[in-house]
Design a protein around this ligand. Sequence first.
Ligand code: C2E
Ligand code: MG
Ligand code: MG
Ligand code: MG
Length: 285
Amino acid sequence: KANGRGWFRLFESGMDDELQGRRKLEHDLRHALQHDELILHFQPLVDSNFRILAFEALVRWMHPTLGLVMPAQFIPLAEECGLIIPLGEWVMQAACTAAAGWSQPCRIAVNLSPAQILRTDLPTTIANILIKTGLPPDRLELEITEGVLMDNTDAAIKTLTELRELGTRLVLDDFGTGYSSLSYLQRFAFDKLKVDRSFVQRLASDSGSRAIIMAIIALSRSLDLEVTAEGVETEEQFRLLGATGCQEFQGYLIGRPMPHDEVENFLRNSSPLSPGQPRPRLLDL
Ligand code: C2E
Ligand code: MG
Ligand code: MG
Ligand code: MG
């Protein structure tokens, strides 16, 4: 948040300044791509025994004057000005390189923007990165939000089919926040849903959210889909989710997004665990 404040100052005083701020930001982002200012943080996804199943790659920008900038503050702009294509390719390359070097074969989850899905060369780009890094395709999970499926159904179907043929896994991110989700589940062969954080947050206080999560889990069972709960912050949420049959968890309770040099340490301390073994101490927050 401290870093964000300087950022918003750019936009504070009126439209002209705002436009200028955006131009500067766009210029800076272009520069960032060429000068190694982007980094990835990795957040663990675990099973109910806290065994690590995957890490999600989350991009950050180490801005020379603003400090660490979060994706909400530059991904939308990157999408508007087309920079999301080279940025997304950088993320894919960096994430697969990292995962290929880990001491354990956990998966790597990478977020894709709609503009990336709509590029017909995306499957080739990803195939080349997999070959170059040596990462087996089934260790790559591609996280997609449902917006792109609604607006550009035919193009999206074609790309997703090709990605599936490559052997990568397809994940529907932020599930439950968009529209007509159920029909998409049938139409596109997803491997997994990620229940949006907003439902998890209201889980303990709101029986409606709990009912929705239970319905999502029942649905995914019958469609043979895996389910991850995102944004798990408390022991109580973890327990309630486990009681509804959720088997995969991600959130600050399990681990915050961490720089790459902490991943190996996290892997060493967290596994291997056999099922039924007591859970390890939660990492200090
Ligand atoms: P997402 O894919 O839904 O990622 C989860 C976000 O929730 C991350 O925010 C993560 O840090 C945050 N989070 C995880 N656990 C908790 C928790 O327990 N509590 C709370 N309050 N938050 C939690 P982050 O890193 O700021 O990323 C935000 C969004 O930016 C991501 O949402 C994703 O849509 C997008 N994004 C991040 N990296 C990339 C990228 O490389 N490419 C694209 N296209 N989008 C990205
Ligand atoms: Mg995601
Ligand atoms: Mg998500
Ligand atoms: Mg989310």
